[in-house]
Ligand binder design. Structure first.
Ligand code: GDP
Ligand code: MG
Length: 166
């Protein structure tokens, strides 16, 4: 089995953009990986010789309230089957209630979670992403998924700690 990296976050933060940047194939052959359901979008990616599976999710609506609804079922399942969760937020729009609801759920999981402030291109990334430290999930990793900036460093942070298990 390969490590599974789930991309979660409210709509429009850039999950699919990051998914497309990371994956070489748009759709992984899910059949090759027993245990994964077909409901979510999977791709394969590689970082420094380590192949891993990326899971894109689209199911968290920012309009919902409360943890059960903020975290739509698909995203909850993606988190369960993940070895590492990349929690994307939007450095341009700043913190939202949906981000806080998702963070609340993620803090309860015994899973490595990395906060990823996307869209730092053309803005002061340090200042715009600082707020997200308050999510209580550790350091904020700055990236610009659309341009690739920060992505290698993010993978290094997220995958190096688990690489030896695979
Ligand atoms: P998702 O709903 O989380 O999957 O978000 P998408 O990947 O569909 O992206 C939402 C919007 O953000 C799109 O218009 C993207 O082009 C834009 N976007 C994604 N990544 C970046 C980035 O690094 N910088 C900027 N400026 N825009 C981005
Ligand atoms: Mg998407």
């Amino acid at each position: 089995m390969l490590p599974v990296v789930a991309l979660v976050g409210r709509p429009n933060v850039g999950k699919s953009t990051l998914f497309n940047r990371l994956t070489r194939t748009r759709d992984a052959l899910v059949a090759d990986f027993p245990g994964l359901t077909r409901d979510r979008k999977y791709g394969t990616a590689k970082y420094e010789g380590l192949q891993f599976i990326v899971v894109d999710t689209g199911g968290i609506s920012g309009d919902e309230q409360g943890i059960d609804v903020v975290m739509a079922e698909q995203s909850l399942l993606a988190i369960i089957e993940a070895d590492v969760v990349l929690f994307l937020v939007d450095a341009r729009t700043g913190m939202t209630a949906a981000d806080q609801g998702i963070a609340e759920h993620l803090r309860k999981q015994e899973k490595p979670v990395y906060v990823v402030a996307n869209k730092v291109d053309g803005i002061d990334g340090d200042s715009e992403s600082a707020d997200f430290f308050a999510l209580g999930l550790g350091d904020v990793n700055q990236i610009a998924a659309a341009h690739g900036r920060g992505v290698t460093q993010l993978l290094q942070s997220a995958l190096a700690p688990i690489a030896e298990q695979f």
